[in-house]
Design a protein around this ligand. Structure first.
Ligand SMILES: Cc1cc2nc3c(=O)[nH]c(=O)nc-3n(C[C@H](O)[C@H](O)[C@H](O)COP(=O)(O)OP(=O)(O)OC[C@H]3O[C@@H](n4cnc5c(N)ncnc54)[C@H](O)[C@@H]3O)c2cc1C
Length: 170
């Protein structure tokens, strides 16, 4: 049995680990288009606020960890472009090399998560406007603050994430 999972953050890696616990023999592969896997999104505001000093603290597990502990292959920087459900095939792009190739599966799990809602606001595409969703976003925000030392900022969105970022900077 070949189990393929798309997405390697919370849902994808826990589905893979559970699949391994249920079955020692399946091939389990995860494709992740990003570079960071199995991280704690909850800690991102604390990294921006400098309470968490190093981003590695939020990303303790890498592809080697999953290979060694669970015999799961995690392919980072690999984007799934197309899924053929009838023939059980995936088209995947290696984002490092640009190479596109086909893989097959017996079972497929989508753990592709969510994206931030981007309102149609003039100027939103400018380099000093950020979204906070993943590790790279947090690195970009913190780098900008350290480099430019801005005196003011606006946080759009007053859910838990907006407030956590606010509290970290007040
Ligand atoms: C700032 C912040 C703070 C948070 N705080 C908390 C908290 O305190 N408590 C809490 O419970 N939750 C919190 N969350 C929410 C939590 O982080 C998410 O619920 C969790 O990350 C969801 O995991 P997921 O695996 O479902 O999806 P995601 O984290 O969205 O991961 C999906 C992955 O799939 C990959 N992917 C998508 N499409 C493809 C494709 N075609 N090919 C290859 N890969 C693909 C994406 O690159 C992504 O890495 C927070 C989130 C954020 C952003």
């Amino acid at each position: 049995m070949r189990i393929v999972i798309i997405g390697a953050v919370a849902a994808g890696t826990s589905a893979a680990a559970k699949a391994r616990r249920n079955d020692d023999f399946s091939e389990i592969v995860i494709y992740e288009k990003d570079r960071h896997i199995s991280y704690s999104g909850c800690g991102l505001p604390y990294y921006i606020g400098d309470e968490v000093k190093k981003i590695d603290e939020l990303t303790p597990r890498d592809a080697e960890f999953f290979k060694e502990k669970y015999n799961i292959d995690v392919k980072i920087l690999h984007e799934v472009l197309d899924v053929n459900m009838i023939h059980k095939r995936l088209t995947i792009k290696n984002l490092l090399t640009g190479e596109t190739f086909i893989d097959t599966f017996d079972k497929l799990i989508f753990a592709t998560g969510a994206r931030p809602f981007v309102p149609k606001i003039k100027g939103i595409e400018q380099r000093h406007v950020f979204f906070l969703r993943n590790v790279q976003n947090a690195i970009d925000i913190k780098s900008f603050i350290q480099e430019h030392r801005p005196k003011t900022a606006i946080i759009v969105g007053t859910g838990f994430i907006g407030f956590e970022v606010l509290v970290q900077h007040s």
